[in-house]
Design a protein around this ligand. Structure first.
Ligand code: HEC
Length: 142
């Protein structure tokens, strides 16, 4: 047999062929998985870098949920504190006075309502941007 002369039986040649094809396929698969991993990591790093370039966007709904909803209820429908539907008509300055200092247009608010000038929002001094975002969120509830 001619294959015998070269040292391999035809059966051995078949196994070598199958093995080579499988090894190649596995190699390509592993390479692609590795490639996607690496490019995924690079994309993640890029996103993290661009996110750290500016301040985090202010989300009025999240600020409301974290600082006000416990008393004023989901959707500002009321709870321990009153519904804030009337508040939606207030100007941004009136809203700020009420939230920061407890001074509503027509009355001094009861001490149960925190003075956010003192307590801060999310434990940091409240910014105009945050107060406007919360006011916008309350105004958006209908
Ligand atoms: C610990 C409970 C509590 C938390 C937290 C709280 N409030 Fe209040 N809030 C009250 C209470 C009670 C009143 C009613 C006080 C009164 O009528 O004298 C009130 C009143 C108000 C008013 C006046 C409403 C009106 O019609 O007179 C506004 C505006 C207001 N809160 C906004 C907010 C915002 C915005 C937040 C979150 C940044 C917040 N409150 C967090 C308890 C709370």
């Amino acid at each position: 047999m001619s294959t015998e002369e070269r040292g391999f039986s035809s059966r051995e040649l078949t196994s070598i062929g199958v093995f080579t094809v499988l090894a190649t396929l596995i190699g390509i698969g592993a390479y692609q998985i590795g490639f996607h991993r690496i490019s995924g990591v690079q994309q993640g790093a890029g996103a993290a870098m661009s996110a750290s370039q500016g301040p985090a966007p202010v989300n009025g709904q999240a600020l409301y949920a974290g600082n006000c909803a416990g008393c004023h209820g989901a959707n500002a429908a009321g709870g321990i504190g009153p519904a804030l539907t009337a508040t939606a008509a207030w100007s941004a300055d009136q809203f700020k006075e009420a939230v920061l200092h407890g001074k509503a247009p027509e009355k001094e608010l009861a001490p149960t309502m925190p003075r956010f000038a003192t307590t801060g929002i999310d434990a940091s001094p409240a910014t105009d941007e945050q107060l406007n975002a919360i006011h916008d969120y309350i105004t958006s509830l209908k």
